[in-house]
Design a protein around this ligand. Sequence first.
Ligand code: GLN
Length: 483
Amino acid sequence: MEATQFTIDAARSAVVERKTSALALAEAHYERIKREDGQIGAYLTLCRERAVAQADIIDRMAADGKPLPPLAGVPVAVKDVMSTRGVRTTAGSKSLDKYIPPYDCTAVARLEAAGAVVLGKTNCDEFAMGSSNENSAYHPVRNPRDLNRVPGGSSGGSAAAVAADMAIAALGSDTGGSIRQPASFCGVVGLTPTYGRVSRYGLIAFASSLDHIGPLTKTVKDAATVLGVISGRDPMDATSADVPVPDYVAALEKPIHGMKLGIAKEYFAEGLDTEVRQAIDRAIGKLKELGCEIVPISLPHTPYAVPTYYLIATAEASANLARYDGVRYSRRARNVKTLSEMYRRSRDEGFGAEVKRRIMLGTYALSAGYYDAYYLKAQKVRTLLTRDFEVAFRKVDAILTPTSPTPAFRLGEKSNDPLSMYLADIYTVTADLAGIPGISIPCGETQEKLPIGLQILGKHFDESTILRIAHAFEQGQRRAEGS
Ligand code: GLN
């Protein structure tokens, strides 16, 4: 097996047993990036110096026979919305094309403290706004499984990097589906934790009450490992929860026999692609064979989720993006005559069309006279959506849905139609609105060999259960492929 095909366990064991070194692992990945990334476009910035310095620390620990941390020598990629000290961080925006953060995002710092080697920063939709990565101000990302198709968004670079073996694991961010949807489009595992599970310190804010950081990996076990490392209270983020972090990896082996899995009819309505539906039905059948009980449920407010999400997300974005005024942050327009012209032109030149659209929508929803009708109403509906899940979780342990209504679409197919792009998030935004965890795992492919993702949603702070179900399903798939 090539070093670039390793899972976390395989990579770490190879380093521990000194069959390879952290440096050799990093170099093998940089070689592959050099060969493959020209056509995929997953990375925006590589940080070789930082990677080599970190690999060196790990290799010296290994040489000294010291105990190695859980991600020792594992090459990882980080979505470019997470701040990295001394390494350019653009958020996919021209407005931050020269931004070098003076500090590290907590999730990144925790990865490195656990021995991971950060290879570089991955491409994404500008300020994480998008479902196809076509809103990156730099270049689009192509889906490694079919270069004419999008990798999903907004963590498209992270998903593509893992899918194309250009990183063993990656961090992404999910506000309305941006970890799970690209994972599903690229055929990898993507997990959005409970809101508050992982600190947002150092994450460039899109919509603060919805933003989550989480892993994209090749296997469910790898997702469990990364989640264990990045989770937990952080004094730098007041919304990070002081809830004990269980041993996610240990939880994987508990049997799933007898578990109750809910199927909500609202997630199988109009607009769901036939091949996706068939793959999800087969996945449900497999989980039944593994001893789970399938329970029909209803999440009645689901039809309001997309409009609710796009009101709240844009309102929060309009406030969060006010700081990019050419003074406090972001590039400043040149040759301006007045202060207001400086603000106007800096923002006009720095932001792309989708970001501007959202700032305008959000400012409108928050404006006096419309606040009650839009923003306040959306907050009320958000409570109803959260209650839907609370009621459902009294009856079931987890909920199964498709991750996305369609497989990966073609580049350009939806980029001129924002509304149809927004509808791609129909099955993912609900978890972000309710703050519950969700995981997307590969569960099959279309006749054209495009990956299809199964989404498993869980109770607040119960990532262990969804990881366990996902792991059992994945092992079942392996057995089936092997036989
Ligand atoms: N596609 C959604 C949006 O454009 C979700 C983005 C995200 O999760 N960051 O808002």
